[in-house]
Design a protein around this ligand. Sequence first.
Ligand SMILES: [Zn+2]
Length: 348
Amino acid sequence: MQALVLEQKGKLALREIDLPLELGPDDVKIAIHTVGVCGSDVHYYTHGAIGPYVVREPMVLGHEAAGTVVAVGSNVEALQVGDRVCMEPGLPDLSSRASKLGIYNVDPKVRFWATPPVHGVLAPFVVHPAAFTYKLPDNVSFAEGAMVEPFAIGMQAAARARIAPGDIAAVIGCGPIGIVVALAALAGGCSRVFISDFSAEKLAIAAQYPGIIPVNIADRAFADVIATETGGWGADIVFEASGSAKAFSGIFDLVRPGGAIVLVGLPVEAVQFDVPGAISKEVRIETVFRYANIFDRALQLIASGKVDLKPLITDTFRFEDSIKAFERAASARPTDIKLQILMDSGKD
Ligand SMILES: [Zn+2]
């Protein structure tokens, strides 16, 4: 079938490729409807690698997907043909120690779509375990369904933060992940979420949401704003969502004594940070690697209307224009949050 294939660094092709579509008893076959373009897809396209994951042979991109079930395996009871669904792109070994502990996201054997050597889903169909396929509530669109994957990272960050009602949060970095972290923090009980960036355009998008307060660090130091707004006490929770090594200098000035720092952004290299600064406030440090047991509650939040991800979808491309979508994403317009691709196979 026709798929968007990353042939090698910098080279994309829409072409025929053989993909496994054998339906096991616990699987469903899904006609893909919508796929979001993620920073990681773009990074494989522009750099050919993310850390230890190197593109060595042609790989189909895409891991943020929603579609319609077109076939179900003989053991599958929870899903039927015609169900609208979104999918968790990481498949752990269910007999692993990590899976038994419920932390299947950190199973070393996890196979994740569009992470070499595993193919992604910018293709008409995929076969996927029903256990990692989630039915969309009737009032959740395919476009929103394809936003569940990035939102799940924000939800995981909020869960790791152990938010108490009324907490004040500070989010460093106003990219797609920073914004979904801010939305999840609000949904999780934060009273106010301050978000920092150098880009006025990105901050303007986040500022559409009541409760999210943009701070342009080209004009003012984030720590000064947080100090002023909290009477010098600091934020209860600081989420690092920029992945920039620079964000770690002075990061403990943002957090209150006994508060938490949650590391979401993935720096490309090892980063130095101020251990005495952390110890003197007895700061709790948490890390986030993807998500586990999050998709169903993310869908509940979206369906309830408490979280609206639609304003984050900047533009939608046809599948035949998907190379253009990737070129546009690689150009990193500050006004773009999420670009999505509409598959022909999923057309209603
Ligand atoms: Zn993603």
